[in-house]
Each structure stands twice: as C-alpha cells, then as structure tokens.
Ligand binder design. Structure first.
Ligand code: NDP
Length: 483
C-alpha cells in the first residue's frame, strides 16, 4: 500500500476528489516541503457523505455484530499486514520518528479496531428485575449517522479510536482527519474497501476544520459528534451541537502535572519523566508539562533531567538514532517559540533547549526545535496555565503533599496526572484528590483499552474507551414489561 500524491475523499465506497475540484497542499514537516495534496472539501461533500451514510445505515445496523466484527477485523488485519507502509506514511505526514509510528501509532490503530470489533460481540444490554411485578431490559441501539473529528498529533491512532466503536456499534460515520496529517486516514479508506466494508458505512471527508468539520457538526442528520482537539475548537463545536441536542463527546487540551515525591524510585522516574515530557515532541495530550518535585530532591532531579534532555537526539524521523523528529508544522513551531519567549518575559530561566535547530541535507528546511526545560516560574503564570503542546516543560519545587496538590489542581484543565512515590497510601490520597480523568502512579501512558479515557474541567466532556465508547455510540432504551 503506497501513499498517493493526490489524496481522495472516501464517500459511498468510492475514492473521489472534492466536488470543488480544489486541493490543499500537504506538507512533510521534517523536509518543510509540499509532498502531496488533499481535497479542499466543503459542505457539499459533507452533504453527499451524510446521504451515503444514511443509505448505508439500515443494512449495517441490522447485519448483526458477528458480521460487523468480521469486516472490522479484516480492516485491522490489513493495517497489520501493511504496518511498515502505514508507519512510513505517518512519519512523513507528522514528522515523528518512524520508530514511534511503528511501535505506537500504527499498532495502536490496529488494536483499536480489533478491540472494538471484538467488544461488540461481547456487548450485552442490561436487565433489571422488579420482583413479582415486572422486568426491565435496556436496548442499546445504534444512533444513526455520527460525526468523528480528530487532530494531528496521533493521526491514525485517534481517528480509529473514534470510528472503530462507532462502526462496531452499528452506526455509519462521516469522519474528518486533521488537514495537517490526512495520509493514513486515506490509506485506511483503501483498507476498508479491500476489507469489503459496504459503501457509505465509513465516509472520510478531507479538508479544513472550519469548512468540513463545522459542516459535519452543523448537519442536522448527524446525530452525535465525537471530537478530539483543542479546547477552543471544542467550545465552538459545543455551541453548535448543544442547541441541536446532539450527543457530544469532547476530548480536549491538557496541562498535565507530574508530581515527584522524594521517596520515589528515582531511576525509573527519571526515565519515564523524560518520556512523559518529550515523547512525540510533547505533542501528546497526556504529556506532563508541569513537573513538581519535592524540594529535597529538586537539585538532583534538575541536574539529571537537564543532562538527559540535552542528550536527546533531534533530527531525521527516519534515522534510527533519532529521539525527536520535527514539530508538526511551521505554524506550530512558531507558536511553541512564542510560548518560550513568553516564559522568559514571565521570569522563567530556560535551563536547556528551546532553540530552533538548523539541519542539513533533505531536512534543512524542517521545523526542528531542541527540547526545553524551564524553572523559576510561579504556578499561576500563563506558561504554567496554558497548553503549549510542544517539547517544553517547567520544573517547580514543592514542600508538602498539600502544596503539590494545590499546584497540580490549579489550572482549568483536568486531563491526566502522574504521581511518583513508593508510599501506597500517599499515592491513593493523591489519586483521590487530583482533578484529572486519568491518574498514573509510578508509570505513564500505560493504557488498558477497557478503561475510561477523558478529562475533567476544560479538558473535555464524556469518556472514551471500552464500554464508555460503546455507550456513547448507542442510544439506551429501557423497556419495562409487567408480569
Ligand atoms: P484543533 O482543535 O485545531 O483541531 C482538531 C480537529 O478539529 C481537526 O481535524 C481540525 O481540522 C478540526 N476543526 C478545526 N476547527 C473546527 C471547527 N470549527 N469545527 C469542526 N472541526 C474543526 O486541534 P489540533 O489538531 O491542533 O490538535 C491539538 C489539540 O488536540 C491539543 O489541544 C491537544 O491537547 C488536543 N488533544 C486532546 C486529546 C484528548 O484525548 N483529550 C488527544 C490529542 C489531542 P483542521 O486540522 O483542518 O484544522
């Protein structure tokens, strides 16, 4: 399976251009060059896709979970068989190291589809018996046509995290991947055709968020929206979808705290903290960007962490020695650099990194930045409050558990938090009080797909993962039968 120069929409089972015939440039961020083009679709394309999805719904929703399982499982198999070409395409599109695409993004996309394909054949509705009087059973029926909109940071991984449960539950889907990283969603369209997915079951419409994404959200026949992206975009989507009474799942931004106590396993913590800070250049919603360290080990942590950060190799995503590739786009690199400038204005000291890097050869025009560690900032400054979503962390000492908790909870976000301690009671106290949808203790990014996933406060509404996703993509209907 090879990527094409001209990406197509996937509507009603056919690969077609946008109805306008226009294309948008797709950039390889490590090279800083246009390498392919994607359809510049609009509301007309969304309309055709919604009509196709509506036509496909009766057959898909009624064919039975076993048949849907077989088709989705074939899609998962095709991804697995083409792992190398999917991984290559993901890295060209996003600038992330191919080792990461190969070991994280694409295997997880495969797992998402396989997980929900399998889950639906084990999914059962509930029954509640009112002794001697009646019994209730709760039907969980697919909603109809649903919209799935995903971001650029984990392109196929997050795209499949939405469409797999939607399709498994019997819905038909109109989906939009990020315009910045469209290639693997296009390759997935081809995999769906090859797997024998009936036309119109999955429709992928490429293009710009405010044009295509918004048209999906506004369409009256799209009954539910599952969105992952920035908090401001989430607000706009909610403002449109809420008055239309659409079901809404919003997975939004984060400003995740990483709390390190003096009694932690230092060696394990330092390895995982480097990962949780800079994996994918910090462009993972779950990265820990505010690191709080107990004062007694602050200097030791700082020395070791800065040393290891400086040792990270930034460069060609296709080199086996690369730890960090390029940032995803020129605009995003500029945004991260403006955040670094702000941190200095706010009184922060950049201990290492934060420099634009000049590369040689094919990647000399790429968007590279050295990972930055900043200290000396108060908890309430903008750098410690606003999402940067780049290779930038702040480090701050704390004295007591209460102080760490107050700083950790002191933002509008509440996606994830990490706690490092060997004291189980302390870990449990922290986990109970942290305002975050996901708390990791002595680990990071360890995921069981059956568990709920999502954020509190401005990090989102609703939960994905396991049964939560199947509940979101189904309508519960209780039937009460008297004896
Ligand atoms: P955006 O919010 O800019 O975009 C997300 C998706 O929404 C893209 O497909 C985008 O299209 C589309 N979009 C943009 N505007 C609209 C609109 N008005 N109506 C409908 N759709 C629209 O986020 P990014 O792509 O920049 O992703 C980074 C953000 O995602 C970060 O804030 C990060 O924290 C968050 N995120 C959250 C996760 C979570 O699970 N909570 C996981 C991963 C990321 P286009 O690309 O064309 O603009």
């Amino acid at each position: 399976m090879t990527p094409d120069k001209y990406i197509k929409n996937y509507i009603n089972g056919a690969l077609i251009p946008a109805s306008s015939g226009d294309y948008i440039d797709n950039i390889n961020p490590a090279a800083g060059k246009v390498y392919s083009h994607l359809p510049d679709s609009d509301a007309e394309d969304v309309q055709i896709a919604v009509e196709a999805a509506e036509r496909a719904f009766p057959e898909w929703s009624k064919m039975g979970a076993q048949k849907r399982f077989r088709i989705l499982n074939r899609v998962a198999d095709i991804i697995e068989q083409n792992l190398e070409s999917f991984a290559h395409a993901e890295s060209v599109d996003s600038g992330k190291p191919v080792a990461m695409s190969r070991s994280v993004d694409i295997p997880r996309a495969h797992d998402n589809i396989q997980f929900f394909a399998t889950a639906i054949i084990h999914y059962a509705s509930e029954a509640h018996h009112m002794e001697g009087t009646a019994f209730n059973f709760t039907l969980r029926q697919p909603i109809g046509v649903v919209g799935c909109i995903s971001p650029w940071n984990l392109p196929l991984y997050l795209f499949t995290w939405k469409i797999a449960p939607a399709l498994a539950a019997g819905n038909t889907v109109v989906a939009k991947p990020s315009e910045i990283t469209p290639m693997t969603a296009y390759m997935l369209s081809k995999a769906c055709s090859e797997a024998g997915m009936p036309p119109g079951v999955l429709n992928v419409v490429h293009g710009l968020g405010p044009k295509v994404g918004q048209a999906i959200v506004e369409h009256p026949k799209v009954k539910a929206i599952s969105f992952t992206g920035g908090t401001n975009t989430g607000k706009k989507i909610a403002a449109i979808a809420a008055p239309m009474f659409k079901k809404l799942s919003l997975e939004l931004g984060g400003k995740n705290p990483n709390i390190i106590f003096e009694d932690c396993d230092f060696d394990q913590m330092i390895v995982d903290t480097l990962r949780s800070s800079f994996s994918n250049n910090g462009q993972i919603c779950l990265c820990g960007s505010r690191i709080y360290i107990q004062r007694s080990i602050y200097e030791k942590f700082k020395d070791e962490f800065v040393k290891r950060t400086q040792f990270l190799k930034v460069g060609d995503p296709f080199s086996s020695v690369t730890d960090l590739g390029s940032l995803v786009s020129k605009a995003h690199k500029e945004k991260v650099m403006s955040c670094l400038a702000l941190a200095e204005v706010e009184g922060g000291k950049i201990l290492c990194g934060g420099k634009s890097l000049e590369m040689k050869g094919e990647i000399k025009e790429g968007y590279f930045l050295s990972p930055a560690v900043i200290e000396g900032l108060p908890p309430n400054c903008r750098t410690n409050q606003e999402e940067i979503f780049g290779p930038v962390v702040t480090i701050t000492p704390f004295d007591t558990e209460e102080e760490a908790l107050e700083m950790a909870n002191g933002t509008n976000y509440g996606l994830s938090a990490t706690v490092w301690t060997k004291d189980v009671a302390k870990a449990n106290r922290m986990a109970e009080k942290l305002q975050a949808g996901i708390v990791w203790v002595n680990c990071w990014l360890l995921r069981d797909l059956r568990t709920p996933f999502g954020g509190m406060k401005s990090s989102g509404v609703g939960r994905e993962g396991g049964l939560e996703a199947l509940r979101f993509f189904t309508e519960a209907k209780n039937v009460c039968q008297k004896y």
